[in-house]
Design a protein around this ligand. Structure first.
Ligand SMILES: O=C(CO)COP(=O)(O)O
Length: 138
């Protein structure tokens, strides 16, 4: 599965703890992230992550491009609900695209845990079919 990690600054420690706890689950998948989030995770785990630009410089939009193509299967996006972000429009655009494509996206650790357990159980197997047949492709 293609999985993306994104965390705002005050959520990065939480993200590192979360990914560390489930490292054994994530290690078998293709992992992506925004710039700083991925760097922080790789510093603390053995995971290899494809890092895009930092969020404020366009990283959310780069991940959004994969979502638009229905290539992302799961997104863990720990947003900071208490601090305005300069790239708020990019964040909203990414979440909107997840809804357009019906991509599971967790915006807090509680939901993240449920999705990771579902991933472990094989509940995401249907996404293989999406990768095989891309009905929306022009
Ligand atoms: O701002 C972000 C998501 O909106 C995250 O970007 P970084 O991982 O580069 O800090």
């Amino acid at each position: 599965m293609n999985i993306a990690f994104i965390a705002h600054d005050r959520k990065k420690d939480e993200m590192v703890n979360f990914v560390t706890a489930y490292e054994h689950v994530f290690e078998g998948h293709n992992l992506y992230s925004t710039g700083t989030t991925g760097m922080r995770i790789m510093e603390s785990t053995k995971l290899k992550i494809h890092r895009f630009m930092s969020g404020p410089l366009g990283g959310d939009q780069q991940i959004g491009a994969l979502v638009a193509q229905n290539e992302m299967d799961l997104i863990i996006f720990l947003r900071d609900p208490l601090m305005a972000q300069p790239h708020e429009p990019d964040i909203i655009a990414l979440l909107r695209l997840c809804d357009v494509q019906g991509i599971p996206v967790a915006t807090n650790v509680a939901t993240g845990e449920l999705l990771v357990r579902a991933l472990q159980r094989g509940d995401f197997a249907w996404r293989e079919l999406v990768h095989k047949y891309k009905p929306g492709e022009a």
